[in-house]
Design a protein around this ligand. Structure first.
Ligand SMILES: *[C@@H]1O[C@H](CO)[C@@H](O)[C@H](O)[C@H]1NC(C)=O
Ligand SMILES: *[C@@H]1O[C@H](CO)[C@@H](O)[C@H](O)[C@H]1NC(C)=O
Ligand SMILES: *[C@@H]1O[C@H](CO)[C@@H](O)[C@H](O)[C@H]1NC(C)=O
Ligand SMILES: *[C@@H]1O[C@H](CO)[C@@H](O)[C@H](O)[C@H]1NC(C)=O
Ligand SMILES: *[C@@H]1O[C@H](CO)[C@@H](O)[C@H](O)[C@H]1NC(C)=O
Ligand SMILES: *[C@@H]1O[C@H](CO)[C@@H](O)[C@H](O)[C@H]1NC(C)=O
Ligand SMILES: *[C@@H]1O[C@H](CO)[C@@H](O)[C@H](O)[C@H]1NC(C)=O
Length: 568
């Protein structure tokens, strides 16, 4: 039993959970910076949790600290009120409100570097899972994710807000504004965990970091940072990986060009980096967040860079040289990652004409690569986007985006990494609830697995007395019995991994083997009846991980295309 300074108060919010919880009380914990007051809640099934919202882990990155690396939060006297979520980090609110999780965001602030803690009451030396949310490095917030259900599995859950977009990733490519602040914020939060999580019943030596999309890329990029040594022992990268095309500024493109273009838009047209950054520090948050500088060819305008400090080279190069920390790794993707990337195509519900599909691939090749014709021809052939059937073109276009950004980078990482750390697991999430409201053709969309990993089907069974909490979070569209089964299975796999670095347990329906090339790339296929399969999308993996880079490098010649088959 850790040194909890407990103080139980009758809550003013007792009405908020009168039906659900027997008692809603406050609890106080000592941290290295001072005392924090959170909630103690208990569920009908008897789980007792403590919840702390909005604990500062870094100084507010405002004024001169904007575009600077984070510094640890100072201490306070008295009791810090950790009973409400702080403002989310600056982002375009219109975009975030169309995001699918239930929290209603009204306000943003640059003062947003806070963690939230969900922990069993009176736990001791429990495994810790630290969540890094996704949102293309630009959107989202920790407060979209409900840690109560995972915490009920004897885990301490920490969710992290970190700087996003221009404020998180602007880089001049030199010391004036070196970039990667958002990722360094995440590491600062991990230092906070190391120093404080014992007070919340967690074991600082049993930390797993998990994240999705840009958050998955983020956690798997920390594996390559010399600054991250000793901060975690497990990594779960969901639908996003460090070697993905979207995870870094890559040559020939430069983040510093984007910074200069931003300067031109907002009245900071300076050639010296220092003058540019000083000027940008004087601009309002809205001016910076709303500007759309030209010339950024990546999926997002501001993304991580190789800065020689946080990271010394691109992950794929470091991996080849064995310069990587060696945490256990679980990684995976969902069946139709790319489905929401073609939402913009008008009439997409009736399919996609060959002409439109070809335009999409053309525009990808212009935007992402400097070898337009070669890239276009190869991709258009491999994905056979010449069909007279618009339904076939649509599926092929979805597969194209899924493979390019998510699935085959994951395979590339796992193929190399398991040779360094055999404790590597891969999954493919292919379950679609009968109640899912999205159109059937979208299949299993990017981010769908989050509902199950975070135990959404059970979110209504526990009280959440804080402002803004939506107890119907993800069960809004109705929960089927199979949804609950899948969610229980995934929570068990994920928390087993955090507990023992092995997702398997006696109760598992299937033994999930290590991933390895020599054992035919086994992965867990999660669907109505989950099963172990071998070789996820082998032909796409071969195309993107072998043939295509060799083609761009001039090591193989462009082959002829015959009905979607490249003839060499
Ligand atoms: C956002 O929060 C700040 C600080 O708490 C407050 O001053 C401001 O009025 C809020 N804005 C809106 C639109 O609620
Ligand atoms: C946790 O500790 C507090 C203070 O010692 C005690 O009042 C409470 O009953 C304990 N709760 C559980 C679930 O053991
Ligand atoms: C793009 O390719 C062309 C011709 O291959 C080359 O001249 C040009 O420098 C490249 N652009 C960049 C930004 O690397
Ligand atoms: C920025 O400054 C350069 C050099 O002084 C000048 O040529 C250019 O027109 C300026 N651009 C804008 C948008 O003010
Ligand atoms: C957001 O603003 C709306 C309208 O101003 C208000 O009704 C709602 O309670 C606010 N939500 C939160 C979480 O503050
Ligand atoms: C809570 O979430 C559900 C499901 O996402 C949504 O339908 C409902 O409007 C939300 N309630 C509030 C008060 O935001
Ligand atoms: C891999 O596949 C080959 C060929 O199908 C088979 O002989 C071998 O037993 C498989 N290995 C494993 C570990 O499944």
């Amino acid at each position: 039993m850790p040194q909890l300074g407990t103080l139980l108060l009758l809550s003013l919010l007792i009405h908020a959970c009168a039906v659900i919880c027997a008692a809603d009380t406050h609890i106080i914990v000592d941290t290295t910076q001072g005392r924090v007051k959170g909630y103690q809640i208990s569920s009908q099934s008897g789980h007792s949790l403590q919840v702390f919202l909005g604990i500062p882990y870094a100084e507010p990155p405002v004024g001169d600290l904007r575009f600077s690396r984070p510094i640890p939060a100072g201490s306070w006297r008295g009791i810090h009120d950790a009973t409400f979520y702080r403002s989310i980090c600056p982002q375009r609110l219109q975009s975030v409100q169309s995001f699918s999780f239930g929290y209603n965001f009204n306000n943003t602030s640059e003062d947003c570097l806070y963690v939230n803690v969900f922990a069993p009451t009176n736990g001791s030396k429990l495994p810790v899972m630290v969540w890094i949310h996704g949102g293309a490095y630009t959107l989202g917030s920790a407060s979209e994710y409900d840690g109560r259900m995972l915490a009920s599995q004897d885990i301490v859950v920490v969710t992290v807000d970190y700087r996003l977009g221009v404020l998180g990733f602007l880089s001049t490519g030199d010391d004036a504004a070196p970039g990667n602040y958002g990722h360094l914020d995440q590491l600062q939060a991990l230092h906070w965990v190391k120093d404080n999580i014992g007070q919340f019943g967690g074991d600082p030596d049993k930390v797993t970091i998990f994240g999705q999309s840009s958050g998955g890329a983020g956690v798997s990029t920390h594996m390559f940072s010399p600054l991250a040594k000793g901060l975690f022992r497990g990594v779960i990268a969901q639908s996003g990986i460090s070697v993905s095309p979207f995870a870094f500024y890559r040559p020939p493109y430069k983040a510093s060009d984007t910074a200069r273009n931003l300067g031109k838009i907002v009245g900071c047209n300076h050639s010296s980096s220092q003058a540019l950054v000083t000027c940008l520090r004087g601009k309002s948050t809205d001016d910076l967040v709303n500007a759309r500088p030209q010339g950024a060819p990546m999926t997002s305008t501001y993304v991580p860079v190789v800065d020689g400090y946080y990271i010394l080279d691109f992950p794929e190069n470091l991996l080849g040289q064995g310069h990587v920390l060696d945490p256990a790794l679980m990684t995976g993707t969902v069946l139709n990652e790319g489905a929401d990337m073609i939402d913009y195509i008008s009439g997409v519900e009736k399919g996609v004409s060959a002409e439109t599909a070809q335009q999409a691939i053309h525009s990808w090749s212009r935007r992402y690569l400097n070898q337009t014709t070669i890239a276009y021809k190869a991709a258009a052939c491999h994905y056979n986007i010449h069909s007279a059937d618009p339904m076939v073109n649509r599926q092929n276009l979805i597969a194209f985006w899924s493979d390019y950004d998510y699935v085959t980078p994951n395979i590339k990482m796992a193929d190399m990494y398991h040779k360094i750390q055999p404790n590597t697991y891969m999954y493919s999430f292919e379950y679609r609830s009968v109640n899912q409201p999205d159109p059937q053709w979208e299949g299993v969309l990017h981010a769908t697995e989050l509902y199950y990993v975070f135990g959404c089907p059970f979110s209504h069974t526990m009280p959440c007395p804080w402002k803004g909490c939506n107890r119907t979070w993800c069960s809004g569209w109705g929960v089927s019995p199979l949804d609950k089964t899948i969610s229980n299975e995934m929570m068990t796999l994920w928390t087993n991994f955090a507990k023992s670095l092995d997702p398997n347990s006696g109760a598992n329906r299937h033994q999930w083997p290590h991933y390895s090339v020599s054992a035919n790339r086994s992965y867990l296929q999660i669907r109505d009846t989950s099963d172990v399969q071998q070789g996820l999308r082998p032909s796409a993996a071969n195309f993107w991980n072998q043939y295509f880079p060799n083609l761009l490098a001039g090591k193989v010649r462009q082959h002829e295309c015959h009905g979607g088959v490249i003839i060499g």
